[in-house]
Design a protein around this ligand. Structure first.
Ligand code: M6R
Length: 614
């Protein structure tokens, strides 16, 4: 949830850390701060922090020289304590010698704080994090990594911690439990960050830090141990995207760039997925063929947009594999005590691979003996590491808080997983699988076509900038698309927007329709067994009650013409693939409407890109 950067090397730590924070600001923008160890003369620790976006801190730093080549920095998404200067990270000890930054929640901080206060510590902030600075002060006797290991043993909850100490000026230490922390290996310099984007300008060589491990980072290398001090080995990997992927590339917002990247993201996710013998290629499989054949129930767990990708996947999984599939909001999953056993496959979908609700659902599933397959966009992140099989989407970094290209790649990935399952169960021949993969391979060109025709959608969004409410209707795979359209509008434009299954309309939601209310209707393709005609009736029903109908339909669908106040035509696709084109105008609509309202599209209020607290 928060962004963390640490640096030790020969450059200005402040420059490196602030540049890293700029690339991590999507993780939280309630406040930002830095701590630099300055050893010109006697070593001292300088800390500057400011509420609000990183720009506020940068302004403050213009008049605050901070020399030094060891430092840490943080962008915050507030949990404990309001978003003000006092609660901004880094937090320091009473003697000002230690500075700590943190991502996660320390659940037993109240008891720890009471203990510290009874021992004479004075704490300054309302945060859970500050206790760590004071505990490190108590534990430090010359070895900062040892002190951190001891402190970690006292903490409950999820945490990434990174700290510096005035008296250990050549090192940064870090610890990781459940929240991400990665090492960047440079030449005579090293980096720590919650996301490789922070150091990609300096190095593409990364090392995953494992669960419950502590790192001591120096300019000439690093040492990894577990919390008890036994040596640990991190997985080294090469980051296969470069700096330009994490930059705006001429677009005013990351979201616009990421919408435009969707054809390539889907094509990349599909590339090389069909093996020479006609099988589907996953990225990591720690399951046997028999395990896949034995699956008799699928649960999908995910949050937000990833959950909607899961709702779409359910249609393909049940249709192609005939295995019952349930889709659960990850934060609800373990609390409803689902029935799981070793024949259950839990598919966890998470762009970041670090959403704590999804991670906890994964852990619960595995404790019950279920197999877990992760679909993630983040190589080496926690959820894939905790899973039995992994499918990586290849969308590249997504910086805009609103998920766009990762949604399309998640749908693509779930379809391939469904085909792999169908094949394992002997329900699809290799040529049938190849034909479906081939259909998927046509989608990037169709998405590109949609992107070329969205100007009227932009105009419509500007026209509707003052609307109070927008309703979205869909059926079958169009229903999750309606939900996604509404979510995009809520999170970007702060508008009241709701998505409904069109068939439910008459059971309540139609009461919301009054004169002039925009209703966006996603119409299914025509064909045998299609719900097309029923949805066309729904358009007429809302129009008869004064709604302004915005109809998304196949480009050759003439049946909708009499009832569409605004028609958004999309290329004709097979039924299950329609979401890959119908959602695109809705993304553009929300993005444009938010801009028309003067809002920051990439950093909507109260949100952060990934949610690493429960
Ligand atoms: O990283 P994840 O895919 O696990 O994130 C899940 C949701 O938090 C995420 O999709 C969120 O709903 C987006 N902001 C929606 O645009």
């Amino acid at each position: 949830m928060c962004g963390i950067v640490g640096y030790v090397g020969g450059k200005s730590a402040l420059d490196v850390v602030v540049d890293g924070l700029r690339r991590l600001e999507y993780r939280g923008y309630d406040s930002a701060g830095v701590a630099i160890v300055d050893c010109e003369g006697d070593c001292r620790l300088d800390v500057v922090k400011k509420a609000g976006k990183l720009a506020n801190l940068e302004k403050e730093l213009q008049t605050t020289p901070m020399p030094g080549t060891t430092g840490i920095g943080h962008t915050r998404w507030a949990t404990h304590g309001g978003p003000n200067d006092r609660n901004a990270h880094p937090h320091t000890s009473c003697d000002g010698a230690v500075a700590v930054i943190h991502n996660g929640i320390i659940e037993n901080f109240r008891a720890l704080r009471d203990g510290l206060e009874s021992r004479g510590h004075e704490l300054d902030s309302d945060t859970d994090t500050e206790v760590v600075a004071h505990l490190l002060e108590e534990r430090y006797v010359g070895d900062l990594a040892e002190a951190l290991r001891a402190v970690c043993g006292q903490l409950d909850g999820a945490f990434t911690l990174v700290a510096v100490h005035r008296d250990s000026p050549d090192m940064v230490v870090g610890a990781r439990r459940n929240s991400p922390l990665v090492i960047g290996r440079g030449n005579g310099e090293n980096f720590l960050a919650s996301d490789v984007a922070a150091f990609i300008a300096h190095t593409r060589e990364a090392v995953e830090i494992g669960q419950d491990e502590v790192v001591e980072l120096r300019a000439d290398g690093y040492t990894l141990t577990d919390f008890s001090g036994s040596p640990a080995v991190g997985r080294e990997y090469h980051v296969d995207w470069d700096l330009s992927a994490a930059e705006k590339g001429g677009y005013p917002y990351f979201m616009l760039k990421e919408i435009a990247e969707q054809p390539a993201a889907v094509a990349d996710t599909l590339r090389g997925r069909l093996s020479p013998d006609g099988g589907i290629v996953l990225d990591e499989v720690r399951l046997s063929d028999q395990d896949l054949r034995d699956v008799d129930k699928v649960f999908i767990v995910a949050c937000g947009t990833a959950f909607y990708a899961g709702l779409i996947a359910k249609y393909a999984i049940e249709h192609w594999t005939r295995i019952p599939c349930e889709v659960d909001i990850a934060s609800e999953f373990r609390y409803r005590d689902p029935v799981l056993d070793r024949r259950t496959l839990v598919v966890a979908i998470s762009q970041s691979g670090e959403t704590l609700d999804t991670l906890m659902a994964v852990k619960h599933a595995r404790e019950q003996g279920a197999r877990v397959l992760a679909i993630s966009n983040t190589n080496g992140s926690t959820i894939p590491r905790e899973s039995d099989a992994v499918f990586y989407t290849r969308a590249g970094p997504e910086v805009g808080v609103a998920a766009t290209k990762t949604f399309l790649t998640q749908i693509t990935a779930t379809y391939l997983v469904a085909l792999a399952l169908a094949q394992a169960r002997g329900l699809k021949w290799a040529d049938e699988v190849a034909a479906l993969v081939h259909q998927l391979e046509q989608m990037p060109a169709l998405i590109e076509r949609v992107l070329g025709t969205v100007e009227p959608v932009r105009e419509l969004a500007r026209e509707l900038a003052d609307a109070r409410v927008v309703l979205f209707l869909g059926r079958h795979v169009g229903y999750p698309v309606a939900l996604e359209g509404a979510l995009k509008l809520k999170e970007l434009a702060y508008m009241h927007a709701e998505g409904f299954p069109a068939g439910e309309l008459k059971h309540g939601p139609i009461a919301l329709v009054e004169s002039g209310v925009p209703v966006v209707i996603i119409v299914p393709p025509r064909g045998r067994g299609s719900l097309h005609d029923k949805v066309v009736s729904n358009i007429q029903e809302v129009r008869a009650r004064g709604a302004r109908t915005v109809v998304i339909a196949d480009e050759d669908d003439e049946a909708v013409l009499p009832y569409a106040d605004v028609l958004i035509a999309v290329p004709t696709t097979p039924t299950l693939l329609a979401p890959l084109v119908t959602v695109v105008p809705l993304q553009v609509f929300a993005c444009e409407l938010a801009q028309a309202r003067g809002l920051d599209v990439d950093q909507p209020r109260n949100l952060a890109k990934s949610v690493t607290v429960e």
